[in-house]
Design a protein around this ligand. Structure first.
Ligand code: ZN
Length: 103
C-alpha cells in the first residue's frame, strides 16, 4: 500500500452536482427507491447512494445532467420531487439566516 496520495481521515464523496469532492458528512446521501430519488440524511437506506450538496444549485445541476440515475445505476428517469423539497428546506436554512440566532 504505497500509492496513496492523500490520506484522508474522513471519507470523501463527489457531489453529483458540482462534481467537487467533499467530506461525506457535508453531502446529502440520496438513494433510489422504486422510481424516485429520495434523501437519506441518516444514511440508513440500503442500496447504492449518490451524494450531493444540500443546495439547490448542486441539485439542479445534477438533475439537468441526469446525474442521479447515472450515479444510482438505474435505467430510467427518477422522480426527484421529494428530494427537491428536502434540498429546498436545507438550502433556505443555510442561505437565509432569519435574524440573529442566539448562541
Ligand atoms: Zn455540489
Amino acid at each position: 500500500m504505497s500509492g496513496r496520495t492523500h490520506a484522508g481521515a474522513c471519507p470523501e464523496r463527489t457531489c453529483v452536482g458540482c462534481r467537487e469532492r467533499a467530506a461525506k458528512i457535508e453531502l446529502l446521501r440520496t438513494v433510489a427507491v422504486e422510481d424516485a430519488c429520495v434523501p437519506d440524511p441518516r444514511g440508513t437506506l440500503p442500496g447504492r447512494g449518490a451524494y450531493v450538496h444540500p443546495a439547490l444549485s448542486c441539485f439542479d445541476l445534477a438533475v439537468r445532467r441526469r446525474a442521479f440515475p447515472r450515479a444510482l445505476r438505474v435505467p430510467g428517469p427518477l422522480d426527484t420531487k421529494a428530494l427537491r423539497q428536502y434540498v429546498e428546506q436545507e438550502d433556505s436554512c443555510q442561505q437565509h439566516p432569519a435574524g440573529q440566532a442566539t448562541p
